[in-house]
Ligand binder design. Structure first.
Ligand SMILES: [Zn+2]
Ligand SMILES: [Zn+2]
Length: 257
């Protein structure tokens, strides 16, 4: 410090301080984030990515034409899911199909309780879907992110809620609040062997809105790991609409083809 200068005078300008703090924070985060691709375990060039460039480009169904409403792959006849069902949500965006090798990764998060992989998928979701979700939400400040909640029983089994981890990453990427707007009122029976109509019956009243202060915004991004038939997202979207949401956009890692 030069003679005659106080300690405060010797500090750099606020912008320079902010820049230095950000650089320090970024390098700390960089050191903490995994350096291996969640799928092939190859090195990651980019800090904050969950997958390497090669695996990202090879995600199943990454470039297929999808129904804008429910994200099912479109065939010549249009969307087979939306033909027989009016979903409560207005739009859906996914990264890929629920197919190898992505299904293995999502299974490891759910059934092997791999929290690190959940964070890696969250980073991919944020990287891959934030621009499309911003476009689907439209302009305005009245928006929030909500995760499809697990039942208390499943949360106890797993130790963490994978949809909440994904939703946190997406909320940060979109600059929106993550709100605990839903509760899962009861553990629903396993859905995997049920068709859409049976799933919808199974899920009736499964989700309850939670009172929020301030109220739930009009536009909501609803986050889950996988869209299977759309019945879960549909039931959760109905609860959000009952709580005052007017536009619900579903975001998920994968859609069952
Ligand atoms: Zn890879
Ligand atoms: Zn559809």
């Amino acid at each position: 410090m030069l003679p005659g200068m106080s300690r405060v005078d010797s500090l750099p300008r606020p912008a320079a301080v902010w820049h230095r703090v950000r650089a320090l924070a970024d390098s700390a985060l960089d050191a903490w984030l995994p350096r291996a691709c969640a799928l092939c375990e190859g090195p990651l060039r980019q800090a904050g990515a969950g997958l390497c460039g090669h695996c990202r480009l090879a995600l199943p169904g990454r470039n297929r034409a999808r129904c804008p409403r429910c994200a099912l792959g479109l065939d010549a006849a249009g969307c087979a899911a939306c033909a027989g069902h009016a979903f409560a949500f207005q739009a859906s965006r996914v990264l890929a199909d629920y197919a190898p090798p992505l299904d293995r990764l999502i299974g490891a998060v759910k059934f092997d309780r791999q929290l690190g992989l959940a964070h890696a998928l969250g980073r991919e979701l944020r990287r891959g879907l934030a621009p499309a979700l911003r476009a689907a939400l439209g302009a305005g400040a009245d928006a929030a992110v909500v995760a499809v909640p697990l039942s208390a029983e499943r949360l106890r089994e797993r130790g963490f809620d994978q949809a909440a981890v994904l939703a946190r990453a997406l909320a940060d990427g979109l600059g929106l609040p993550l709100l605990p707007a839903l509760t899962r009122a009861r553990a629903t029976q396993a859905q995997s062997r049920l068709d859409l109509a049976a799933r919808s019956r199974n899920l009736q009243d499964a989700f309850r809105p939670r009172a929020l202060h301030p109220r739930l915004p009009a536009r909501v991004v609803l986050v889950d790991d996988v869209i299977t038939t759309g019945a879960t997202a549909d039931a959760a979207a109905r609860a959000l609409i009952a709580a005052g949401a007017r536009r619900v956009i579903v975001a998920a890692v994968a859609r069952t083809p």
